[in-house]
Write a protein that binds this ligand. Structure first.
Ligand SMILES: Nc1nc2c(c(=O)[nH]1)N[C@H]1C(S)=C(S)[C@@H](COP(=O)(O)OP(=O)(O)OC[C@H]3O[C@@H](n4cnc5c(=O)[nH]c(N)nc54)[C@H](O)[C@@H]3O)O[C@H]1N2
Ligand SMILES: Nc1nc2c(c(=O)[nH]1)N[C@H]1C(S)=C(S)[C@@H](COP(=O)(O)OP(=O)(O)OC[C@H]3O[C@@H](n4cnc5c(=O)[nH]c(N)nc54)[C@H](O)[C@@H]3O)O[C@H]1N2
Ligand SMILES: [Mo]
Length: 756
């Protein structure tokens, strides 16, 4: 519940990290894990031979790593996982599911690690402990009773290791369905699709070294100070070597403006390095127009001085549709570009000049500000268009850098977590393992919600994540889950998806990444970061409870319970030694040759990436320009466009605290940030409660009593925190092609709340 007295607002910060970040890291880690467990964890995180930070997917340097290669938010993620508190059977006996559901997401996270498998029987008010054997039998009997495997859904969140993800998809496909939705469907799906169509690879094409060699780095639609803090170390190093950074964002995020390295003396003296030398305050969803504007500047300059601006050799040898793209750009009037992007022509010209003058070593980094709109795929392709004009891909210091979210979300997709893996993968999987993978495409996240809502899917199983809170349209998704016969989660911490359930529900608690897996040094797993580097990760902390199993073991034992003796796969044998799983992977997925040897190389190994070497695995063998209409999201007159964002104190649906330090917002999450003039126009005073209504056709969705906060951003826009604001996102509102919910383009209006 909100407490209007508690909200504290101060001016947004103009640099990120520094000493406040160190203080905050230590507060979180000492409170949850204690000094010994906490310090031990921090020292091993992201070190060669240690474990991979469970937070974001930003890569570690290949060679020299600082003693503490972590950031404030990595420390918070570790604190949350390595907490000494336990949500044990006594805890679940104390609170009914209804009582737990009354509590906030922050409270849920503070209850500690789930210590024991828990069962919610049909009609029961409380979870009760259950043996692992019984838990697997319950799930197996539900799965065996379905009249088609397609009535079951198997979700994955991006923290699962390669080994767990591979075994999981093998189990799901051997059971008979491709219903493998994942968090990526809500995240970078638009990036993967746009890149695959344009350049033949759905992953980023640059390495950390490339960032240091670039002339210009564009940071578009991302807030690295909060979500990829270690990226700031790289950006700082790039700036010091002469790289220009340009930020494109409706919000002036602190981490894009300046950075104080928390481990450097200068930060202790209060000094920070300026990062972005130009900041374009684009309108929400104005990026397609903005990049078309950039292309227009480049074409104009090329016309004036032929051969000096565009990379004509690259264009003619490597690309398709350049001429049509030129006509399209020439036909687009500046007035439309300026109107739809919200950026003045001079500013776009300044950026175009910066790009023209450089040696075409351009890198564009982007995240959710580009991927979660209706026209996201077209927008990202427009970014790629600009790269193709400059030949800025597949050479040192240049390329595309979608900055991934979850630490292994990219690896999970490589391992086959996808509802429509290509035939080449399925055929290799079948050949190696002796299973027969289904070929019919499965449901993605939104299709899964709709299928459960219609009552067609009856079992929901999740490898990690918090499906209810992460998904759009919370009420609708809640009903979808309640329609199931069984909902079941492999989880580390309590979350709301455990509380809005099918008739029967199970929680299967697993080891976290920081924990020792097995006896002796324990087994290691591998993860793939945002730049396609595969690395080992070995947990070192003692497990939170003796009753936990690893994700791999849970999946293997479940598969055995479902398949009995009949399966060609030796599930338990594979789980006994993860080297055996990796030996299967290397025969199925290209790029993993000698996996077991190379996984333990310090710094790991790079996966092949054809676009990096200018080989285009597209139908015509070329890198293709896209020719999309230049549209932007339009609200009905008088309404606002809402984006949903992360605060500085959360990892997706896990809430660590109620502060958003860099934006100057304290003690409150149920807030909506609005341009001051839009508040004035509505007669709404700062800090007063408003009701937010979202509009979708005739449908209305409402959130009550959020505090309105004036915040500098383009007219007509607003921002609120995810997951609270997910109530407002219509389930049908998806990005074209990728199906990603449009969490950054929601048509809303606000009005004074009724007095209470
Ligand atoms: N600490 C922490 N780290 C995280 C996460 C976390 O929750 N906490 N989440 C992880 C995950 S899964 C992901 S995917 C990433 C997310 O990383 P981000 O994408 O940085 O996360 P968001 O908070 O969604 O921020 C979106 C940014 O895009 C801007 N934006 C919104 N709309 C537009 C637009 O139309 N155009 C442009 N140019 N900008 C726009 C917003 O102002 C905001 O700065 O972070 C990962 N890392
Ligand atoms: N409105 C709106 N909605 C969004 C977004 C947005 O920007 N706006 N962003 C979207 C994005 S980018 C993403 S990636 C999704 C995130 O969607 P999810 O990945 O589903 O959500 P998370 O909050 O990351 O999942 C947190 C839960 O994972 C479990 N967990 C943590 N560590 C482990 C582990 O090691 N193993 C297992 N098995 N479980 C673990 C814990 O129980 C925890 O409660 O949300 C999406 N939803
Ligand atoms: Mo994400």
């Amino acid at each position: 519940m909100i407490d209007e007295e508690k909200l504290k607002q101060s001016a947004p910060k103009t640099w990120a990290a520094g000493i406040p970040a160190v203080v905050s890291s230590l507060n979180h880690i000492f409170r949850e894990s204690g000094p010994f467990r906490g310090t031990r964890g921090l020292m091993e995180m992201n070190q060669a031979g240690g474990f991979d930070c469970p937070s974001c997917a930003w890569p570690d340097p290949d060679d020299h790593r600082s003693v503490a290669e972590f950031c404030e938010n990595g420390a918070k993620a570790l604190a949350s996982e390595s907490t000494r508190k336990l949500a044990d059977p006594r805890f679940f006996a104390k609170y009914s599911v209804a009582e737990l559901a009354e509590q906030s997401d922050l409270w849920h996270d503070r209850q500690g690690r789930i210590s024991h498998p828990m069962l919610l029987r049909e009609g029961a008010s409380h979870y009760e402990p259950v043996s692992w054997e019984d838990a697997f039998q319950i799930i197996a009997s539900h799965l065996q009773a379905l009249d088609s495997p397609d009535r079951a859904i198997f979700y994955t969140s991006g923290r699962a290791s390669n080994e767990a993800a591979f075994l999981y998809q093998l189990f799901v496909r051997s059971y008979g369905t491709n219903n493998l939705p994942d968090c990526s469907n809500m995240c970078h799906e638009s990036s993967g699709l746009a890149m695959k169509d344009a350049v033949g690879v759905g992953k980023g094409t640059v390495s950390l070294e490339d960032l240091l060699e670039a002339d210009v780095i564009l940071c578009v639609g991302q807030n690295p100070g909060t979500n990829h803090p270690r990226m700031l170390t790289t950006l700082e190093a790039a700036v010091k070597k002469g790289t220009k950074i340009v930020a494109i964002n409706p919000l002036k995020e602190a981490g894009l403006i300046g950075f104080a390295h928390p481990q450097h003396v200068s930060a202790m003296l209060g000094r920070s390095t300026p990062l972005a030398s130009q900041f374009l305050r684009v309108k929400i969803n104005g990026d397609l127009a903005l990049f078309r504007g950039i292309a227009k500047v480049l074409f104009e300059a090329e016309a004036k001085s032929p051969g000096s601006v565009l990379d004509q050799a690259f264009i003619s040898e490597h690309t398709a549709d350049a001429l049509s793209y030129r006509s399209l750009v020439e036909e687009t009037p500046w007035s439309q570009i300026v109107e739809r992007s919200g950026v003045p022509e001079e500013e776009i010209r300044t950026l175009g000049e910066t790009l023209r003058r450089g040696s075409k070593r351009l890198i564009t980094c982007w995240a959710m500000g580009l991927t979660q709109h209706r026209n996201s795929v077209a927008t990202i392709r427009e970014v790629i268009n600009v790269h193709l004009l400059l030949g800025a891909i597949g050479k040192p210091g240049a390329g595309l850098c979608p900055v991934r979210g979850h630490s292994n979300v990219q690896g999970d997709r490589t391992m086959g977590i996808f509802e429509k893996m290509p035939e080449s993968f399925l055929a290799a999987l079948d050949r190696k393992t002796g299973i027969r993978s289904p070929r019919k495409h499965g449901y993605d996240t939104v299709a899964s919600i709709l299928a459960m809502h219609r009552g067609e899917a009856k079992v929901f199983f999740a490898l990690g994540g918090n499906f209810l809170q992460a998904s759009p349209d919370t009420e609708f998704t809640g009903q979808a889950l309640r329609n199931c016969d069984l909902t079941c989660h492999i989880s580390t911490k309590l979350n709301r998806s455990h509380l809005v359930t099918g008739k029967t529900a199970l929680i299967l608690p697993c080891l976290g990444r920081s924990e020792r897996d097995g006896t002796g040094d324990g087994q290691f797993v591998t993860c793939e970061n945002s730049m396609g580097v595969v690395q080992m990760s070995r947990g070192i902390l003692s497990p939170a409870s003796r009753d936990l199993l690893s994700e791999v073991e849970i999946i293997a034992r479940l598969a055995e319970a479902v398949h009995g003796e009949k399966s060609p796969v030796l599930w338990r044998w594979l789980a006994e030694d993860y080297d055996r799983i990796r030996s299967v992977i290397e025969c199925v997925i290209p790029g993993f040759e000698n996996y077991n040897d190379r996984a333990t190389d310090p710094g790991g190994f790079y996966l092949p990436n054809s676009a990096k070497s200018r080989v285009w695995e597209t139908p015509n063998g070329k890198a293709s320009f896209s020719l999309a209409p230049m549209d932007a999201f339009e609200c009905a007159p008088g309404r606002l466009i809402l984006q949903t964002i992360r605060s500085h104190d959360q990892f997706n649906t896990t809430i660590y605290g109620a502060n958003d330090r860099y934006r100057g917002i304290g003690n409150a999450r149920q807030v909506i940030l609005v341009n001051p003039d839009d508040l004035l126009e509505r007669g709404i005073k700062p800090g007063t409660p408003v009701d937010i209504t979202s509009f979708w056709g005739e449908q209305r969705r409402v959130l009550k009593r959020f505090l309105a906060i004036p915040y500098e951003m383009p007219r007509g826009s607003a921002a609120a925190y995810f997951p609270e604001a997910n109530v407002l996102v219509p389930v049908e509102s998806q990005a074209e092609g990728s199906g990603t919910p449009t969490s950054k383009s929601i048509e809303i209006d606000i009005a004074h709340s009724e007095p209470v």
